[in-house]
Design a protein around this ligand. Structure first.
Ligand SMILES: Cc1cc2nc3c(=O)[nH]c(=O)nc-3n(C[C@H](O)[C@H](O)[C@H](O)COP(=O)(O)O)c2cc1C
Length: 351
C-alpha cells in the first residue's frame, strides 16, 4: 500500500530562497514575519514539519543571493513558541559550534516545543562560509567531514542521555561534562548528504535523508531512494527518503512552464558564477538543462498545472518516498495556493 507523504516547508530564511533569479518574485527578504506566516499556515493545514537551513555567506550578484539569512536555531525557537503540533528542524553547521553548546540548544528548543524538535546535521561544503570566520579546519577537513560528523553526533547523543561524559576522540575532548536538561525524547535526525560518505552517514545515523542533486524525474528519485534503502539495510536500519522540491504550480502546464522559463531567462548569472566557483562546479559549456539546474540550485523542481503537480506528488509516494519539503518562488502566496488548489487533487494524502 502506498504510504501518504509527510509534507514539510523549507522555510524562507535566506534571501532569494532556492531560485537564483532577478525577477520579482522571487525576491524577498527573510523576515521573521514571513517565516511566521508560513509556519502558521502550514501548521493550520496539517503539514508535518518545518525545516530551516543554516547559511553564513551568500553569493552576491545583483540579488545578493543568500547574503541575508536568519539564524536557524533562533528562528526555530521562535517557531516553537508560536506553533503547537508541527515538527521543527533546525540545521547545525557542525564546523561552527561545539557539540556541548548544541546539546543544550536542542534540549532548550525541545522544552519550548514540548518534544517537537529535531536536527539537520550539516557537515559544511562551502569553505568560504567558515574560512571568513577563521573556522575552516584545513582542506583535509572536507575529506574527513563525515568522520567529524559521526564523532560530533556520538558526543551529542551521550550528552543527551548520560549523567557525565568523558570523551577523548580525534576531534573532541570532554572531561566529566554535564549537560542538563535532557531532551524529552530521542531527537530525530536529518542528513542531506549526497556523496557516498554522506549517504553512508545518513544510512547509519539519520531518521530521514534527502534525495537530490540534479535528478528530478520520478525514475531518478526512485533509483536514488533504492540506493539509500540498500545502504541503510546494510546497517539493519530504515531511513525515510525526503525530497526538497521547488514547486511552480499554475492553472495550466503552459503558464507554469512560462514562469519557469522566465526565472531561467532572468537568472542572476553573477551569483550563479560565484556559487559554481565555491562549489567547484564547471558550467562553462552550460546547456539549457544545466542553466535550469543552476537557476534552481540543483534542487529538484516541478512546473505544471495544479493537476500535474498533484500527479507528480502522488508519483513520489508511489516510488516509496516518505516525504517532500516544499520550496516556493513566492512565499507570500504560493503555500496557500498549494493548499487550496494542489493538495485536494492528490490521491496519497493523509486524511
Ligand atoms: C534539504 C537540504 C537541506 C540542506 N541544508 C543545508 C544547510 O542548512 N546548510 C548547508 O550548508 N548545506 C545544506 N545542505 C547541503 C547538505 O548538507 C550537503 O552538504 C550537500 O547535500 C552535499 O552532500 P555531501 O556533504 O555528502 O557532499 C542541504 C541539502 C539539502 C538537500
Amino acid at each position: 500500500m502506498t504510504r501518504p507523504l509527510d509534507l514539510g516547508i523549507f522555510l524562507p530564511n535566506a534571501k532569494g530562497g532556492a531560485i537564483m533569479a532577478t525577477g520579482s518574485p522571487p525576491q524577498y527578504f527573510p523576515s521573521w514575519e514571513l517565516n511566521r506566516k508560513n509556519a502558521l499556515i502550514a501548521e493550520g493545514a496539517g503539514f508535518d514539519f518545518l525545516l530551516s537551513m543554516v547559511k553564513w555567506r551568500g553569493f552576491g550578484g545583483e540579488t545578493n543571493h543568500w547574503d541575508y539569512s536568519l539564524e536557524s536555531f533562533t528562528l526555530m525557537a521562535a517557531c516553537a513558541a508560536v506553533t503547537s503540533r508541527i515538527q521543527l528542524y533546525a540545521s547545525v553547521a557542525i564546523p561552527t559550534v561545539h557539540p556541548g553548546v548544541i546539546a543544550k540548544m536542542v534540549a532548550t528548543i525541545d522544552d519550548i516545543s514540548q518534544g517537537r524538535f529535531g536536527l539537520n546535521i550539516v557537515s559544511g561544503w562551502n569553505k568560504m562560509e567558515y574560512a571568513q570566520m577563521g573556522l575552516w579546519q584545513g582542506d583535509d577537513y572536507f575529506a574527513r567531514r563525515y568522520e567529524y560528523a559521526a564523532e560530533y553526533l556520538e558526543v551529542l547523543q551521550r550528552l543527551w542521555t548520560e549523567d557525565r561524559v568523558t570523551h577523548h576522540g580525534a576531534f573532541f575532548a570532554l572531561d566529566d561534562c554535564k549537560s542538563y536538561p535532557k531532551p524529552s525524547r530521542r531527537i530525530p535526525l536529518i542528513c542531506a548528504g549526497q556523496s557516498d560518505r554522506g549517504i553512508a552517514f545518513t544510512s547509519r545515523h539519520a531518521d530521514f535523508g534527502f534525495l537530490g542533486g540534479q535528478d528530478d524525474s520520478l525514475e531518478d528519485l526512485g533509483r536514488l531512494n533504492a540506493r539509500l534503502q540498500t545502504s541503510a539495510q546494510g546497517f539493519g536500519r530504515e531511513v525515510g527518503a525526503y525530497v526538497l522540491l521547488t514547486v511552480i504550480a499554475e492553472e495550466t502546464d503552459e503558464q507554469a512552464q512560462a514562469k519557469r522559463d522566465h526565472f531561467i531567462a532572468t537568472s542572476d548569472r553573477e551569483a550563479m558564477a560565484e556559487w559554481a566557483r565555491v562549489a567547484g562546479m564547471d558550467f562553462s559549456r552550460a546547456t539549457y538543462k544545466d542553466l535550469a539546474v543552476q537557476t534552481f540550485m540543483a534542487i529538484p523542481y516541478v512546473a505544471g498545472s495544479y493537476q500535474s503537480v498533484a500527479d507528480y506528488l502522488d508519483g513520489l509516494a508511489e516510488n516509496g518516498l516518505a516525504g517532500v519539503c516544499f520550496i516556493f518562488p513566492d512565499y507570500e502566496t504560493d503555500l496557500q495556493r498549494l493548499i487550496d488548489r494542489v493538495l485536494p487533487l492528490m490521491k496519497h494524502r493523509r486524511a
